[in-house]
Design a protein around this ligand. Structure first.
Ligand code: FES
Ligand SMILES: [Fe+2]
Length: 351
């Protein structure tokens, strides 16, 4: 049995902040991540940065001020801050009034830009508990560091992050949640897949997609499929043939304890797939919308019931998710290596 009402948010770990294209040079945006107000910006020279969105003077959000592409000016008394958080100027000071400006620096967050996304390192708010990253920002295999997703779609989910993550990885909901005349009926078929532990998560072992129908000549052969899950809520699904590759990256980021954001992106190297660009956002919105709607219904019941009964094998991925989270927190608290709770095994379910 698993408690549904845990509000545990993982710290000292990279989270997806936003797609790079949503942050233009000279632009700043405010965003709440893990209940913290954050100002995300990009300098005129293209460097992305993140600061605590609260002026250290008298707490006005810095995002209410102005950004000239190099520094942020608070709208209240005009204090100025650089992209690294350093306090650069206090306009009310007379020439002979000296102050150590560095005492008024604003907290900065580490950011990294990888393959068209800005990632943010959400360190523990307690300075004693801050640890450097234990693992890298996940990379989309087979694509260069500066690759951009061809499709990027973000949808808010009004639930705690766990329910969005578990809902999206759930292998047994499709026949009920994603039933549609143009996609699939309610018939159930056996699914048998091998799973292996992988760094801070698990992998559904690469397998041939033999029953994909007649469409695979478009991809240049029968494709292989591999799905990886990583903490804190990142999933990649790779579909490859000898000639081509298409990868889906789905990230779930907690905004607050009751709201999350799901970003669904596609990378591909298949020229004709460009033709699908106009209809893909529609399909993604429909599918993700179905996943969102069912977890919103789940919130109704969770107000009265906090116990989740996770069964074998179809809820094994959900169990692993909760176990991975628990182990992540323990390994941090004990300052030791992470020991994966996932064991290689074959899972069987009807879907
Ligand atoms: S509150 Fe920001 S400068 Fe005074
Ligand atoms: Fe789904």
């Amino acid at each position: 049995m698993f408690a549904a009402n845990s509000d545990l948010l993982l710290r000292n770990i990279w989270y997806h902040a936003l797609p790079s294209r949503d942050l233009k040079p000279g632009q700043m945006r405010s965003k709440t991540l893990l209940n913290e107000p954050i100002l995300l910006g990009r300098t005129q020279r293209g460097q992305a940065f993140a600061l605590r969105d609260i002026c250290p003077h008298r707490a006005v959000p810095l995002s209410c001020g102005r950004f000239d592409g190099e520094s942020v000016e608070c709208c209240y008394h005009g204090w100025r801050f650089g992209p690294n958080g350093s306090c650069l100027q206090i306009p009310s000071l007379m020439a002979d009034q000296t102050l150590d400006l560095s005492k008024f620096d604003v907290r900065r967050y580490d950011v990294q830009e990888v393959q068209g996304n800005v990632w943010i390192y959400m360190a523990d708010p307690n300075p004693q508990q801050v640890h450097p990253p234990r693992f890298e920002v996940p990379r989309i295999p087979g694509f260069p560091e500066d690759a951009q997703p061809q499709i990027s779609y973000t949808m808010p989910f009004s639930c705690f992050v766990d329910h969005a993550v578990v809902g999206l990885m759930d292998p047994a909901h499709s026949p009920f949640v994603h039933r549609a005349w143009w996609w699939r009926g309610g018939n159930l078929n056996p699914e048998i897949k091998w799973f292996d532990p992988s760094p801070y998560g698990f992998t559904m072992r690469k397998h041939r997609m033999e029953n994909m129908g007649r469409g695979y000549w478009l991809l240049g052969g029968v494709p292989d499929n591999e799905i990886c899950f990583y903490l804190p809520g990142i999933r990649t699904e790779e579909t490859t043939t000898s000639r081509h590759r298409a990868v889906n990256l789905t990230t779930v980021t907690p905004l607050t304890s009751t709201t999350s954001e799901v970003t669904f992106q596609l990378y591909w190297d298949i020229p004709w797939m460009g033709l699908l660009k106009p209809i893909l956002p529609l399909l993604i919105r429909t599918f993700l919308g179905q996943d969102r709607d069912v977890v919103i219904k789940q919130q109704i019941g969770l107000q009265h019931e906090s116990v989740l009964r996770l069964i074998k094998d179809s809820d094994t991925l959900a169990r692993w998710y909760y176990q991975l989270k628990t182990e992540y927190v323990r390994s941090q608290a004990e300052n030791r290596d992470f020991i994966s709770p996932v064991k290689t095994q074959e899972l069987r379910w009807m879907a």
